[in-house]
Ligand binder design. Structure first.
Ligand SMILES: CSC[C@H]1O[C@@H](n2cnc3c(O)ncnc32)[C@H](O)[C@@H]1O
Ligand SMILES: [Zn+2]
Length: 445
């Protein structure tokens, strides 16, 4: 007689959509979880015979998917949600956001803002976010307290702030933070030069040297507006992509955010060199920047992930919305209804993002050996009835309001809609504290 193996949790659901292999939908299956790791994904009957779980959870009308990976975030900017709407990028940044950051942003702001963002993201099924913001040590504190996975940006920008005096100072502080937390199980690190128009060639050179030595991604806003390209032609004689290419930054470690204005040669170059694009359709729409040519990028073989950007330019941190926008806009742009089927968009929101962050062996799909980063979507409500194909519903019909449970590293962070690690009332009080403070001290908002 074979004794069943003791494990922490056996999780069963109506559907398991593991993302790997692509397009698979498993029925009557279970996920065995032990010590934060997926031990097996197998038929339920076999799992019952093989495992003796401490906890057995059956979600009868749900789909289990990999936790969503938000490939571009400024989490703390949640405290600036709605302060400067209906403006183009440079007016938004130069006249509103940067002055507000200079006046208000400190490590308390970043801690409170990131906690607010973590709560919103967890409720929407996001288990991992790739952040770029000031005072990243506070982002670390808030993400780890929440139990979320985060990729922390070691930022560089030629703009002095209360956090750092110049780009060298930013980099030194980022590297020191990575020395301290580089081995934390929930954290990974990226270089995060803000944009071509705020970072010098010399600093890009230093970043490239470090990124190659440490084999870390480089996360940057790139080709977001036509003005960015026009100004680069004036100042550098070349478009930003060509400038970064000459500096040696284009390669498999590059995560280029936005990438709205691209010509055919640039798309080919990104594909040949193995770059990733983080598509942020809501932010691109709201700032009137345009739309990334996602159909052309994926057809060329570029790895495309999805991001929300910050809540001051979106104004939601909602990956379900980014999935739906990505699919619909790509069809309209390309004139091809068959471009980007739902399974491919779900892959963008999960595995493609994890791969870009260098953590694709840890998260992004539901396979044995990876961390148990799992989102459960409840299909019981009438907006999701009837269900012929759960993958179709996830992209075209479901919303973040249908997310019921979330696990990160095997720990349940959302239980039937309730946050388990974060105090919603306290987060709301802190958000109100910052609103009052910002409203009193700044006549603009
Ligand atoms: C150096 S910290 C990050 C920096 O980026 C600013 N920011 C937020 N959204 C955008 C965007 O869409 N394009 C360019 N810059 C952006 C944020 O306010 C911080 O200053
Ligand atoms: Zn951004």
């Amino acid at each position: 007689m074979i004794h069943p193996e003791k494990i922490d949790t056996l999780l069963e659901a109506r559907w398991i959509i593991p993302v790997e292999p692509a397009g698979a939908v498993l029925r009557n299956h279970a996920i065995a979880i032990d010590q934060g790791t997926i031990r097996a994904v197998m038929p339920g009957a076999e799992a019952h015979a093989q495992f003796a779980p401490d906890e057995h959870i059956v979600l009868g009308n749900h789909a289990l998917i990999p936790g969503l990976v938000n490939l571009h975030a400024h989490a703390a900017m949640s405290l600036m949600r709605g302060i400067a709407d209906d403006l183009p990028l440079m007016e938004w940044l130069g006249n509103h956001i940067w002055p507000a950051e200079a006046r208000h942003v400190d490590s308390n702001f970043v801690f409170d803002g990131t906690r607010l963002a973590c709560a919103e993201m967890l409720r929407g099924g996001i288990t991992c976010f790739n952040d770029m913001y000031l005072f990243p040590e506070a982002t670390v504190g808030a993400a780890v307290d929440a139990g979320m996975r985060a990729s922390i940006g070691m930022i560089a920008i030629d703009l002095p702030t209360a956090y750092a005096s110049d780009a060298d100072d930013y980099l030194a502080k980022g590297l020191a933070l990575r020395d301290e937390y580089g081995r934390h199980p929930l954290l990974s690190f990226c270089f995060a030069p803000h944009a071509p128009y705020t970072v010098s060639d010399r600093i890009f050179g230093s970043i490239l040297t470090y990124a190659e030595q440490l084999d870390l991604p480089i996360h940057i806003h790139l080709h977001e507006t036509t003005d960015e390209i026009r100004n680069s032609l004036k100042s550098h004689g070349v478009r930003p992509i060509e400038r970064l290419h000459k500096l040696g930054l284009l390669g498999p470690n590059l995560i280029a955010v936005h990438m709205v204005h691209l010509n055919g040669e640039e798309i080919e170059l990104m594909a040949q060199l193995g770059c990733t694009v983080a598509n942020c359709p809501s932010s691109n729409l709201k700032l009137a920047n345009g739309l990334a040519p996602v159909a052309a990028l994926t057809s060329a073989g570029v790895n495309v992930g999805l991001g929300t950007d910050g809540a001051a330019s979106n104004n939601r941190l909602d990956m379900f919305e980014e999935m739906r926008f990505t699919a619909l806009l790509a069809k309209a742009q390309s004139g091809r209804a068959n471009i980007l089927p739902a399974w491919q968009v779900l892959q963008m929101a999960t595995l493609n993002g994890a791969n870009a962050l260098g953590i694709g062996t840890l998260t992004g799909s539901l396979v044995a050996g990876k961390a148990a980063d799992i989102t459960a979507v409840d299909f019981s409500s009438l907006e999701l009835a009837p269900c012929y194909d759960p993958v179709s519903h996830l992209v075209y019909a479901a919303g973040r309001e249908h997310v019921s449970h979330v696990w990160v590293n095997g720990k349940m962070l959302l239980n039937d809609g309730e946050l388990t690690t974060l105090d919603e009332q306290e987060i709301l009080l802190r958000a109100e504290f910052w609103r009052e403070r910002m409203a009193t001290e700044s006549k603009n908002y």
